[in-house]
Write a protein that binds this ligand. Structure first.
Ligand code: MEV
Length: 311
């Protein structure tokens, strides 16, 4: 029997841009997915997916999940011809678009296999195995989700576009950052949205160049704001980042609606997070009272809102 855990994540700055080599900032969440692996007689593997979910998520992602498990098993060279694995996923992370559900699943599985088969893998290897799993969901993942899921904490991440080691620095903020995570309830396909942005970039190189330049400035300022604990600046920069996500067409109507509800109810900043075109929105609150107020306002409109503190 082996056990493993992978954290959920939220991207504060730079989803999509991270795929083009720009720096991004993400935080692991307190909620996680767990995996239990039991070796039984037979061959192959079976999955019991007990994760809580946004309705429809698991069905929509079923094929990708199967492929990601296969990728992780193959990467770790686990023999499934002379033994069978019973894999159970559970935990308190809600499987939804935008929360790093796929990365948490891949990371938890890599850790559970490491435990089951005494593979002695360090976090770097776990992260590599989870990245292989993520390919089934993202096509060409940046690696930010599995990195946050593996290492935890608040991270500054830059993908190495030449295929070498990515850059990951842990950021220490002097403040604790209260966030509200609003769930649109819509499950998006990361692979499809990422491919669509790539096509748009190809068709409009000048437009994208301008947007990328603006994003770079936002990311640099965001790192400083987080390190200095300047919550107002973090919020303003989130708003600016959201505008750029709208410009590259990944923020859907529902994302914009949730952003507006949060801002109207006192959020300092709000943006979509993750893949977009559904999925999640994050909003920044000045303090716990405001966090409560904003979460309630979102719930009143019929959407789930989760409160978390990062940093
Ligand atoms: C998805 O959580 C984040 C994206 O930037 C894809 C990736 O980085 O692999 C959209």
């Amino acid at each position: 029997m082996g056990f493993g855990k992978g954290y959920g994540k939220t991207i504060l700055f730079g989803e999509h841009f991270v795929l083009y080599g720009f720096s991004a900032i993400a935080s692991a969440l307190g909620s996680s997915t767990t995996a239990n692996v039991k070796i039984i007689e037979g061959k192959g593997w079976i999955v019991d997916d007990q994760r809580p979910e946004t309705p429809g998520y698991k069905i929509k992602k079923f094929d990708e999940a199967q492929k990601s498990i296969k990728n992780v098993l193959e990467y770790l060279k686990i023999d499934t011809d002379s033994q069978k694995l019973e894999i159970t996923f559970a935990g308190d992370l809600i499987a939804a678009s935008g929360v790093g559900a796929s990365a948490a699943q891949c990371t938890s599985l890599a850790r559970a296999l490491n435990d089951s088969f005494n593979l002695n893998l360090d976090d770097e290897k776990i992260n590599e195995a989870a990245y292989e799993g993520e390919k089934a969901y993202h096509g060409t993942p940046s690696g930010i989700d599995n990195t946050a899921s593996t290492y935890g904490g608040l991270i500054w991440f830059v993908k190495n576009l030449s295929g070498g080691k990515n850059t990951m620095d842990l950021l220490q903020s002097p403040i604790r950052i209260p966030l509200i995570i609003a769930n649109s309830g819509i499950t998006a396909s990361t692979a499809e949205v990422v491919a669509d942005v790539r096509r748009l970039k190809h068709e409009n190189p000048n437009k994208f160049e301008k947007i990328f330049k603006e994003y770079k400035e936002i990311a640099d300022k965001a790192k400083i704001a987080i390190l200095e604990g300047n919550i107002i600046s973090i919020g303003n920069l989130m708003n600016q980042n959201h505008k750029l996500l709208q410009a590259i067409t990944v923020s859907g109507e529902i994302n914009d609606k949730l952003v507006q509800i949060a801002l109207k109810n006192g959020a300092i900043g709000a943006k979509m997070t993750g893949t977009g075109r559904g999925g999640l929105v994050i909003a920044l609150a000045e303090n716990k009272e405001m966090q409560e107020k904003i979460a309630k306002a979102i719930e009143k409109e019929g959407y789930d809102a989760w409160k978390t503190i990062i940093g």
